[in-house]
Design a protein around this ligand. Sequence first.
Ligand code: IMP
Ligand code: MG
Length: 180
Amino acid sequence: MEKIQLHDKFFVPYISNNELESIIDEVADRINRDFEDKGIVPIFLCVLNGALMFTAAIMKRVHFDAELVSIKMSSYAGTSSTGTVLIPLGLTGPVAGRHVIIFEDIVDTGNTIVALKELLFSKGAADVRICTMLSKPEVYHKPDKLDYVGKEIPNRFIVGYGLDYNELGRNLDGIYIIEQ
Ligand code: IMP
Ligand code: MG
């Protein structure tokens, strides 16, 4: 991995694809333990676009029946949160009476998952859990518990493995952090 440029900014290697794969293995193991042999068919809810790769990676590792629903949400412009959560594409399937696991690339302020949980319960979801590849605990002050967290990182801007800087960088197979 080496330093890269996206638009006007430079990013340096932070989490290799190897490390990401083992983080994802651990998260998938925990989800398998919680849902295997429970007789529940949960809905995996992919929060587009960022969680596309993470959701796919987890799905390949689970050993029980699960369905996939997506939603597109956005709250970032450039390298910071706008505080407003937009939903350019609503839920692609029904969730009434279902156990839903939200898959996020990263939980930052938590505005996105709080808005999403509200939406899911308003549509009749029976239970909602949150699974995120990464989290920034320094800026997360919501009461909602993060059920599955791959790795905690400092409050700095990152790209890769689904995460973008103004739409670039999603295709990188590792995580890169903004150069100070
Ligand atoms: P929150 O609503 O503040 O928790 O922000 C969550 C969303 O913001 C994530 O789903 C990402 O799309 C985006 N986001 C947060 N931190 C970063 C980052 O460091 N790089 C790229 N996108 C980020
Ligand atoms: Mg996102």
